[in-house]
Design a binder for this molecule. Structure first.
Ligand code: ADP
Ligand code: MG
Length: 233
């Protein structure tokens, strides 16, 4: 089933949050081809963020297989998994997850610390971080500001720069545009697509905004790939 052009494969994956009997996620089959841009749509509570956590290996499936770039992430130790994630995946969370007291620059460079291969693709880290900020329309002087002092929309763009630096093969974004105004949202998406075009990066983005659909190579409905098992006591 696996071929060299696939970057993500899920097979018969089942997951239940510890202590939560009322929600279980079951994904019979889902995959991403290298270089494609995919929009994942689904209603709130349908398990989109849970699915992304399984793909990133921040939680591990109760059964089944999750493979990124051909590596079954269940075969890695917790430490190996953290390094593997830093190398392979640029993450943009719904809540940004920036270090509020660290500078914008340090936040952007953070993933490179744990990912030597990703680091090796960056010649001048500081210049590249500044360039990414500029591409995302952030004012030049924010680079030394504490991340926590930025507006919500600016923080989201810093999170995007952190995900893009060093060109990880897979970018995963969980509702990244919800805090952005229309113009900023367009710039933000254009940069993600440009990275995908120029570096063959795969993009998986979750949203509940179906209007974004025609900008992506493929649109996937959560209800088509997953069964959310809601058990009533
Ligand atoms: P979506 O992103 O589609 O809105 P989620 O994956 O966030 O859906 O949530 C699906 C279900 O999993 C919900 O019932 C939610 O309460 C539960 N859930 C999400 N995150 C956690 C967590 N960290 N611990 C326990 N339950 C969680
Ligand atoms: Mg979510």
């Amino acid at each position: 089933m696996s071929d060299e052009t696939s970057i993500l494969e899920l097979e018969d994956v089942r997951y239940r949050w510890p202590g939560r009997t009322s929600f279980g996620l079951s994904v019979p089959a889902f995959g991403l081809k290298s270089g494609e841009t995919v929009l994942l749509l689904g209603e709130s509570g349908s398990g989109k963020s849970t699915l992304l956590s399984l793909i990133c290996g921040t939680v591990t499936a109760n059964s089944g297989r999750v493979a990124v770039s051909g590596t079954d992430i269940a075969s890695l130790s917790a430490g190996q998994r953290d390094r593997f994630r830093a190398e392979q995946i640029g993450l943009i969370f719904q809540q940004f997850n920036l270090l509020p007291y660290a500078s914008v620059l340090d936040n952007i460079l953070l993933p490179l610390r744990f990912a030597p291969e990703r680091r090796s693709r960056v010649n001048a880290p500081q210049d590249e971080a500044i360039q990414l900020c500029q591409d995302l329309g952030l004012p030049r002087d924010v680079i030394n500001a504490r991340a926590g002092t930025l507006s919500v929309g600016q923080q989201q763009r810093v999170a995007a720069a952190r995900a893009l630096i060093g060109q990880p093969p897979l970018i995963i974004a969980d509702e990244p545009t919800s805090a952005l105004d229309a113009a900023t949202q367009t710039t933000f998406l254009e940069l993600l697509f440009a990275q995908s075009q120029s570096h063959g990066t795969t993009l998986l983005m979750v949203s509940h905004d179906a209007r974004l659909a025609d900008q992506f190579d493929r649109v996937v409905q959560m209800s088509d790939i997953a069964k959310a098992e809601r058990v009533t006591p």
